[in-house]
Write a protein that binds this ligand. Structure first.
Ligand code: ADP
Ligand code: MG
Length: 393
């Protein structure tokens, strides 16, 4: 499937620009196994880069203008460091929405005094959009690496991730945490990534060979959810502000122990207390996860995933009918260690840890039962932890 994508963009590059592209990059989407809605609370996250990615075929041009073809939208856009501030194209028309992501990366690099040479580029992705697998970060990390490949600067992957996050926060206007860009930039084949979102220290954790990661797409896309997302962030900030009356040294919910939280929760408004409880308990689970994975206790790790889903459903309230159906069917199936919604929620995908020997049977059974419960045909696939953004030629 990935080779097909590469062929498509290479052909399209040829048709559009009359010669073969000089370079090819890929940058993956990601699946998060534990630590949901904690990246913006200074917590720990446990994602993996997946084997679905955004691919760009590109060549440098002799001007500062970049001309992009988005195959998946069947659209083109062109912009330069001179036009990005006004979010317009070279001809003065507004940038299409999808182009805000690559233009945002150009903006963010330029803000950091990193030159972005003009390029002709054709890109496409098999990361589904708006489904919790972070198609936006994969686009950003692919373009950050593409511009790096054409320049004489070179940044470590984490620095590119931070610049991508800045692009999404300040240029696109989505208030995301660092996890998505981090996983897309820093992924390592067959490994989970454990990131401390406060210090940005990270390490890899091996996933046992007899365990598969299965992604189950409900096919329901989240919509108009940025308002809900911002409300969750605001509730977390409100909790910190109120808890600081008793715990003056805390800077974020990361600093609140379970014990302190249980003692003080009654002082919080009910909704704020529910949101904060999810975060405090989820950070506690993700702290313990490292030790579990080190000793290969996938059973208990899977239970944490199930608890995470219940908490996102009942406390953080970011689940949906379809996500709940997909997770609970999966949890009842043979060979499944854990299943939960992944990403911001409100639609999209679940992440499942399944015994490798049972994985094919699991995907079939899950598909059938989900369809009979919801009337929707899901897309379910076995994925593997893959490398982060890389130059392919
Ligand atoms: P996700 O959870 O998948 O990251 P977002 O809403 O954050 O969802 O980002 C989706 C947006 O990213 C799309 O609406 C589009 O603007 C951009 N994008 C993602 N994939 C592509 C693609 N293949 N081609 C062009 N733009 C894309
Ligand atoms: Mg995104």
């Amino acid at each position: 499937m990935n080779n097909e994508l590469i062929d498509r963009i290479t052909d399209m590059f040829h048709k559009t620009f009359g010669k073969a592209p000089a370079h090819l990059v890929r940058a993956p989407g990601r699946v998060n196994l534990l630590g949901e809605h904690v990246d913006y609370n200074d917590g720990f996250v446990l994602p993996a880069a997946i084997d679905r990615a955004t691919y760009i075929a590109f060549s440098p041009t002799s001007t500062s203008l970049s001309g992009l073809v988005a195959v998946d939208f069947n659209q083109q856009a062109s912009f330069s460091p001179q036009t990005i501030l006004s979010k317009t194209q070279a001809d003065g028309s507004p940038l299409p929405e999808w182009a805000h992501y690559p233009a945002g990366v150009m903006w963010s690099l330029n803000e950091n005094r990193l030159e972005t040479r003009g390029m002709n580029a054709v890109f496409a992705s098999n990361v589904p959009r708006g489904s919790g697998l972070s198609s936006s970060a994969s686009v950003e990390m692919a373009f950050a690496l593409a511009w790096q490949a054409l320049s004489d600067w070179s940044l470590p992957p984490m620095q590119r991730a931070l610049l991508g996050q800045r692009a999404e926060n300040e240029y696109v206007g989505v208030n995301c945490g660092i996890m998505d860009q981090f996983a897309s930039a820093c992924g390592v084949e067959n490994k989970l990534l454990l990131l401390d979102c406060r210090s940005l220290e990270w390490k890899t954790i091996p996933l046992p060979e007899d365990v598969s990661i299965v992604i189950a797409d409900t096919t329901v896309r989240r919509k108009l959810t940025s308002g809900e997302y911002n409300k969750r962030r605001a509730a977390c900030e409100e909790a910190v502000r109120l808890l600081q009356q008793d715990l003056p040294n805390i800077k974020s919910l990361r600093d609140v122990s379970m014990e302190d939280f249980n003692r003080l929760a009654k002082k919080l408004p009910e909704e704020v207390s529910k949101r904060a409880r999810h975060v405090v308990e989820e950070i506690e689970r993700s702290k313990q996860a490292e030790a579990l994975l080190e000793i290969g206790d996938i059973q208990r790790f899977g239970e944490f995933m199930n608890q995470c889903h219940a908490s996102l459903r009942d406390l953080y309230e970011v689940s949906s009918f379809e996500l709940n159906a997909m997770a609970s069917i999966a949890q009842s199936l043979n060979g499944c260690y854990g299943a939960r919604l992944t990403g911001a929620g409100f639609g999209g995908c679940t992440a499942n840890l399944v015994a490798r020997k049972k994985a094919v049977e699991f995907t079939q059974e899950l598909g059938l039962r989900y369809e009979s419960e919801t009337g929707l045909k899901p897309e379910i696939y076995i994925t593997r932890a893959s490398n982060g953004a890389e130059l392919l030629t």
